[in-house]
Design a protein around this ligand. Sequence first.
Ligand code: AKB
Length: 318
Amino acid sequence: MKNVLVIGSTGQIGSELTMKLRGIYGNGNVVAGYIKGAEPKGELLESGPAELVDITNAEQIADAVRKYKVDTIYNLAALLSAVAEAKPLLAWKIGIGGLMNTLEVARELKCAVFTPSSIGSFGPNAPKDGTPQDTIQQPRTMYGVTKVSGELLSNYYALKFGVDTRSVRFPGLISYVTPPGGGTTDYAVDIYYSAVKGEKFICPIQKGTFMDMMYMPDALRAAIEIMEANPERLVHRNSFNIASMSFDPEIIYNKIKEYVPDFEMVYEVDPLRQGIAESWPNRLDDTCARMEWDWKPEYDLDAMTRDMLEKLRIKFGK
Ligand code: AKB
């Protein structure tokens, strides 16, 4: 049985991952770490322990780890790609300063650490289609710079100090629970909200721009399965390519139209997000994850679309 600390438990991934981890390891064994202004509410607050854990404060991380005898840290604190371009210093402080704090606590107090990387860790000179696990990573965004640096730093702590660090490169994550904020792939979440609310969708990403995407249940499973994987089988650690679907705005729009025939979309391209999207891969090759820890996605675009529309209709009473 693990004792887990989730740093960033109220964010897009954290709010769902914390609940899923509580279901597996027991409510009392999963601590929801939060920052001021993003306190847990409802089920997240009521179902288990919560502690103020600002990743930029190493003492707060260490105190929570000692208090709850934590052996596994999920480090989900980050600024997403578009916000990180507007606040590069803060992105570095959270993404790398925060990771360094977490790794130091993990080294001293003997914890395993999961820190997500991203498709954003690749840049325009990586192969676009079937982007290999091990290839050139020269991102042109601050988000990507922190992700590549984070991968290297996590591998360093594993090799040098034996800290059990593991990671996956998440695609754009789609969920009906907690909205993302400030990502390049956010349009693929927002489009479902517009479809269900009966609004015309204004798409910030140009047609023909392909990016990897994943439904949240698959992403949560990936985060848990990589931490449960047999370490003897792991050739890689930080970070594994994972993939389930890749589409451009036209493909997701036409898929939603199958279920919402009068749904309309127009393009108003955001140059910042478009530039970031064009620098990212079209589709990752996730063979290593499949071979080393049996990764396999369950949702394709159709299954995700049916579930998203059903859950959002319930959420909005439509
Ligand atoms: C973003 O768009 O910034 C994130 C990501 C792909 O890492 N969703």
